[in-house]
Design a binder for this molecule. Structure first.
Ligand SMILES: NC(=O)c1ccc[n+]([C@@H]2O[C@H](COP(=O)([O-])OP(=O)(O)OC[C@H]3O[C@@H](n4cnc5c(N)ncnc54)[C@H](O)[C@@H]3O)[C@@H](O)[C@H]2O)c1
Ligand SMILES: [Zn+2]
Ligand SMILES: [Zn+2]
Length: 342
């Protein structure tokens, strides 16, 4: 069996470059030579040893672009095509799948979490998970499609409308992208909080209104900017007990809260305060096939997100990538490049 190099999760806080078998493919599958793969918060959760499904050794990475190396069966694609991978895998038979909502499949799995993913030279992918990369979209940017699709789905799940004021808690990649897409959807102003000056600078660069939550009261800021009304829509994207409390204070009467975060511990939420303001609460998970296509189209047509990429590292430096990601002031989106110069 031919072996390939991969960045492997081995145990809590331990990732190393090792060897796995080069994937062989069957009908309906493609082998993709990976170009760039982003490190995401979910990879960090696997790395911390706390992900409920991931088992070692695992090539993580569910945000990746590449080129088709080989394919079995007929499809619209050809060997050599540049592709980005929609990493969700669904059962096709549960109620959600039967109703076309595969992204909330009862048995949902992801390439890079439940199976080997993009921190490897090659990955096996069902052909129906491939999307073509438009010519004008570089492979680096195409690797951002997955988090952009999360933001597209999040904003589509929300009531964001023209002229509204939106609050976003957390300026990580997902919070920033949610703010950017909310603006594309018509929001007049997006007020975004974080505790990292580096991420707040990025937010400002991208046309959002930053609030440093270390020194300022986010509720006061939102009330000041909305004539004491509150935000029309609040997106909770920081994922901790402080921001889960704040989200209720920031929403206007009859406003909406959208919880994007995946909490490590269930937070306390003031439901009584939500009742008095008749606030609605929405959650959001992953993205549909159409959200993914929209994410690609938006990036190719109008959105330059290159400012979100803080580092591009060779596979051999994957350990460094994971250690950089531990501090929000060090990094935003780190891309791993598994391809080796021959
Ligand atoms: N719904 C989905 O399908 C989906 C998909 C991807 C990620 N997520 C979740 O979205 C969340 C954000 O993801 P990410 O990759 O951007 O994570 P991240 O950790 O990079 O971003 C979180 C940000 O919150 C900031 N923060 C911490 N405390 C804060 C506070 N008190 N006030 C304001 N900001 C604060 C951090 O500095 C950080 O920049 C995570 O919980 C992740 O699990 C959900
Ligand atoms: Zn991700
Ligand atoms: Zn299903």
């Amino acid at each position: 069996m031919e072996k390939i190099s991969a960045g492997l999760y081995q145990s809590a806080e331990y990732v190393e470059v090792g060897k796995i078998e080069k994937p062989t493919i069957e009908t309906g599958e493609a082998r993709v030579k990976v170009k760039y793969a982003g490190i995401c918060g979910t990879d960090m959760m696997i790395f911390s040893g706390k992900h409920p499904r991931a088992t070692a050794p695992l090539a993580m990475g569910h945000e990746f672009s590449g080129v088709i190396d080989d394919m079995q069966g007929s499809s619209a694609f050809s060997t050599g095509d540049r592709v980005v991978i929609e990493p969700t895998l669904s059962c096709g038979t549960c109620e959600a799948c039967q109703n076309g909502n595969n992204h909330v499949c009862k048995e949902l799995q992801l390439i890079g979490i439940d199976k080997h993913g993009g921190f490897a030279e090659y990955v096996k992918v069902p052909v129906d998970r491939l999307h073509p990369i438009p010519e004008k979209l570089p492979d680096t940017m195409a690797a951002l499609t997955e988090p952009v699709a999360v933001a597209v789905h999040t904003v589509r799940r929300s009531d964001v409308n023209v002229g509204q004021t939106v609050a976003v808690l957390g300026a990580g990649p997902i919070g920033l992208l949610t703010g950017i897409i909310a603006k594309l959807a018509g929001a007049k102003e997006v007020i975004i909080s974080d505790v990292s000056p580096y991420r707040l600078d990025k937010a400002e660069e991208m046309g959002l209104t930053p609030v440093d939550a270390r020194h300022k009261d986010i509720k006061e800021e939102v009330m000041d900017r909305t004539m004491d009304k509150g935000a029309d829509v609040v997106f909770e994207v920081a994922g901790n007990s402080v921001t889960a409390k704040q989200m209720v204070d920031l929403a206007k009467i009859q406003g909406q809260i959208v919880v994007v975060s995946v909490y490590k511990q269930p937070p306390e939420v003031n439901l009584a305060a939500m009742h008095f303001k008749e606030i609605s609460l929405t959650t959001t998970r992953c993205y549909s096939h159409d959200d993914f296509k929209t994410a690609i189209a938006i990036m190719a047509d109008e959105l330059d997100l290159s400012g979100l990429i803080s580092h591009v590292l060779p596979l051999d430096d994957i350990e460094k990538g994971f250690s950089l990601m531990k501090n929000p002031d060090n990094a935003l989106k780190i891309l791993i490049q598994p391809e080796r110069e021959e």
